[in-house]
Design a protein around this ligand. Sequence first.
Ligand code: PMP
Length: 428
Amino acid sequence: AQSNAALLKRREAAVPRGVASAAPVFASYAENAELWDVEGNRYIDFVGGIAVLNTGHRHPKVIAAAKAQEDLYTHTSFQVVQYEPYVALAERLNALAPGEHAKKTLLVTTGAEAVENAVKIARAATGRTGVIAFTGSYHGRTLLTLGLTGKISPYKKDVGPFPADIFRAPFPNARDGITVQDALTALNNLMLTDAQPERIAAIIIEPVLGEGGYTPVPFEMLQALRALCDMHGILLIADEIQAGFGRTGKWFAVEHSGVVPDLITVAKSMAGGYPIAGVIGRADIMDAMIPGGLGGTYGGNPVACAAALAAIDVIEEEGLLERSTRIGEHFKAKFAEIGARAAPYRMWDIRGLGGMVAVEFVSNFNTAAPDADLTKRVVAHALKRGLILLSCGLHGNALRIMVPLTASDAVIDEGLAIFEAALAAAVA
Ligand code: PMP
């Protein structure tokens, strides 16, 4: 039998440390919201491969669809020989995305690639180069997306310079005392000082900040961004890679605000565990690039397309949007309960949209000073007790909930009990 320790040793010798792993254990098997490591230890999974498994590990329908596709062909490259699943998924996404206008979808493989292509398309469509992104945002680890990503350590540390013509605006965040009005004033000032509006191709925003802390963007902010974009001929890109496909109780988080973006980037839970991503957008914009300008050898892999079509069916058939809302309410209530049981737990600002929920740990309630060390200890103690957790936030002190929406109430409550025990151990 394999041991986690022996595998960890091999991994340390063979894999660069830059690929950091939150849990020092190795998977052997997973099903829905549970995972077993190579030593037979069982874990409840509140992370779902970083918001990829809204339909759970190995949903039978997703697996069946992928297997059926594997028996036909697994790769032709859509740029050489086309296949129907790519077209079917594009049609499905065009129909799901907000807005009554005609839409088209480009399929790629990773979230970062989707964001890269959204910016390329926006530049080609507008004939402009500038992009505005926000503090604390995460858009990927490629060089352009790192330029957009608004957090230095660990992502951007020592690897600049980043592409030119990227501007940063403050994210409206209670933790920083920045109101929507403050954020809009800063954005308007940015357009007077550095970012000439008629040279800006796009504003990109996560409707709920993901890696940055599971902080929803107030709806009036999204509405104001839409108006600002319309006024200046700027395209609005909603990065729904983490928030999309039911995490917030709607297909796309931006729908809560009523705002219709020009372009939407998607990935993660779209395909229940298979690598595929996309850019959904207004048809005229999506057609801006000349033939051959978009693509990639693996983009829209047929097995991943089949999995995505099945995962979307599962979200619909199993009512996972509604389930997400209920799961979110449950976590918020339970977190409040746990936090109230013992003030030393130092849980601050339970927040979120639908099932996209987070809680922060602080060292001092009055100053809300972030406590990343406590957060790390909670994660470590939880793992020892059989619960997989992952932190987030610009200060590394938030815990986010990405539990499969297919998880049973019993498994969720078992996980919450482990969370409370881990928290008690971490503050002891
Ligand atoms: N955008 C957002 C909002 C994300 O959460 C992520 C991944 N965490 C990305 C982009 C990048 O996706 P990928 O890791 O698939 O490149």
